[in-house]
Design a protein around this ligand. Structure first.
Ligand code: SF4
Length: 123
């Protein structure tokens, strides 16, 4: 028996409403997209939804107490909380350079690194 899921495409400001019809894990049809990016987005959301994550971590020896960080690739949606907990365990020491890798392969996810999004000198 087929079922359907609704998504809103985030590929551009139009925000097309997407409807994906599936039977189990098999995708039968995708409707509502005005371009191919919408179809790809619906497939990704159905098969392996992922999210980017930006936050801050504690830093010692810098002018500020928190260092902004982000992941270099999206993490599985159902592991976002776990990822945030893991990142917040970090405590780094200045100096830190923009783009410096603080955690490689977060939660064992290949290519998902946590990097600094600003440089902080030691003071
Ligand atoms: S399907 Fe294409 S046109 Fe529609 S929101 Fe996505 S990127 Fe934009």
């Amino acid at each position: 028996m087929s079922d359907s899921k609704n998504f809103t495409c985030i590929g551009c400001p139009i925000g097309c409403p997407l409807q994906l019809t599936h039977e189990g894990r098999d995708i039968l049809e995708i409707e509502g997209h005005q371009c191919n990016r919408g179809a790809k987005y619906a497939q990704q959301e159905f098969r392996d939804p992922r999210r980017f994550l930006s936050t801050t971590v504690a830093i010692d020896g810098a002018r500020w107490k928190r260092l902004p960080v982000k992941v270099t690739a999206p993490v599985p949606k159902d592991r976002v909380v776990e990822a945030a907990v893991e990142i917040h365990r970090l405590s780094v020491s200045a100096p830190v350079a923009l783009g410096q890798v603080l955690i490689r392969d977060l939660l064992g996810e290949k290519g998902v690194d946590v990097v600094a999004t600003r440089t902080m000198q030691r003071v």
